[in-house]
Write a protein that binds this ligand. Structure first.
Ligand code: SF4
Ligand code: SF4
Length: 158
């Protein structure tokens, strides 16, 4: 995993390649786990000693991944875990991954540190665009802070 500060990203747009749904474990918060178990059953999750995860198929892909010939989609939508909504961004109150000046992002006068996993295929590197800085990133931040759940900019369109 190579993580870069948000200020090195020109734009982000999910191209529904499905990479993030095929190679990573998705950790569930307890209420998310409970909701999925109640809705779909226990077999759609997998536990470890201290965490709950979404279940993965034998090929490593998430059990809720739905693929067409050219694109990949999430069939979980209304129940999508926060970890999936935030991918590939990592938002925190502390400069977890260093480079604090370039990672600083102010949201309503609150100083946050925003990083991006460079493995995502939807990233374009360069000077941040206005759309990215003032429209896309705030939605990620609001989801991270629990201020909103709906996704408009932070997911691929069906
Ligand atoms: S978030 Fe990135 S890696 Fe995941 S499906 Fe979209 S473009 Fe691909
Ligand atoms: S829940 Fe949806 S977005 Fe998250 S890994 Fe599974 S298919 Fe991908």
């Amino acid at each position: 995993m190579r993580v870069v500060p948000w200020s090195q990203i020109k734009s982000w747009h999910c191209i529904a390649c499905g990479k993030c749904c095929k190679h990573y474990d998705v950790v569930l918060k307890f209420p998310e786990w409970l909701n999925i178990v109640k809705t779909f059953g226990i077999n759609f999750t997998s536990p470890s000693i201290s965490k709950f995860f979404l279940r993965r198929r034998t090929d490593g892909s998430c059990i809720f991944l739905y693929e067409t010939r050219s694109r990949s989609f999430c069939s979980l939508q209304e129940h999508k875990p926060q970890a999936c909504k935030l991918w590939p961004f990592k938002i925190s109150d502390t400069p977890k991954f260093g480079n604090q000046y370039k990672a600083t992002y102010f949201y309503r006068n609150r100083r946050l540190f925003v990083y991006v996993d460079s493995a995502c295929h939807g990233l374009r590197f360069g000077e941040p665009s206005k759309e990215f800085s003032y429209s896309v990133l705030p939605e990620f931040v609001e989801i991270a802070l629990g201020l909103q759940r709906r996704q408009f900019k932070t997911t691929a369109l069906p």
